[in-house]
Design a protein around this ligand. Sequence first.
Ligand SMILES: [Fe+2]
Length: 195
Amino acid sequence: MTHTGTQTYHVLNNFPQDIMQEIMQVWKDQNWKEVKEVVPDKFWHYVLEKDHPLKRRFDFMDAIEYYEVAPGFKNSPHLDRGRWCAINIPIEVDTENSFFHCGKYLWLGHYKLDPSKNDGNSYLHAAGEKGPKGFFLWDDDLMEKYNLEQPVLFNSKVPHGGDNVAATTNRVIASIGCTRYTYDQIINIIPPEWF
Ligand SMILES: [Fe+2]
């Protein structure tokens, strides 16, 4: 699955293997500060200790979180509340039958808000707030899909999400968020050799 060159996300084709190994090992160890079953039997959020050694790897990023979803589950297009951008990293991902998605445009006026999700609180867990938030309707013409074969750096203030609907296995990703820099800043802070 190729990236057609939008400016809302970038595939990190050369994400360092030693960091990747460490991230994988954390998943294998299953040593969490907290496990939140966000949606019973469908969606789990794994939280690391604040001073976890993995964090020294990313002085420009903040929280490292792990997410797992069951087959049939999807996170529809939304804006993150507490962070400007993030790196999503595949841990256990069926690259044939699941995908990450991200809008092609920065201007939110391109997208239609999803009234069914914005009337109540469809954010499934608590978070701080920075900048715009909300849920949007899926539109094939506005969204780009990527199978998450490689880690992806994305603007989390562009509608984005994940889809494990067609898969038969759970989908696990790590997500490294950034609250101090925006996407256009972080893209020039991340070591260029990671791209
Ligand atoms: Fe998100």
